[in-house]
Write a protein of this length. Structure first.
Length: 119
């Protein structure tokens, strides 16, 4: 078992989650059970699955949960694009959040490779 808080990617994903919760708090009320809910679920799944994987006993299980995090990161990237296209976030905020999610995805891919090679 590992301490998930020691992983840079977890810290970045947690920070992104907090930022997206703040950003979505001003989305239109009719999106509370739609885009807001989906975006928050997807983004919180990134650090959540890293944490869950750290609690597993094998590197294979850890890699599995990192892959789930990567899928959630891709899902988050799409929902951010949708929010921008619907004009719920401006281009400047979108570019900042997109840059963060792309960094997280790159870090996850690197960590997955490292974990798989350490078996």
């Amino acid at each position: 078992m590992q301490d998930y808080k020691k992983f840079s990617v977890w810290n970045m994903a947690h920070e992104l989650t907090v930022n997206i919760y703040k950003e979505t708090s001003v989305f239109p009320r009719h999106e509370v059970y739609g885009l807001v809910s989906q975006l928050r679920r997807a983004v919180s799944s990134i650090p959540g699955n890293i944490a869950e994987g750290c609690g597993r006993y094998s590197q294979a299980e850890f890699a599995h949960f990192l892959n789930i995090s990567l899928g959630s990161a891709n899902e988050t990237a799409y929902f951010l694009l949708l929010a921008k296209d619907l004009k719920y976030i401006n281009d400047e905020k979108y570019l900042k959040l997109e840059k963060n999610i792309e960094s997280i995805k790159a870090m996850l891919i690197s960590l997955i490779k490292k974990v798989k090679n350490s078996k």
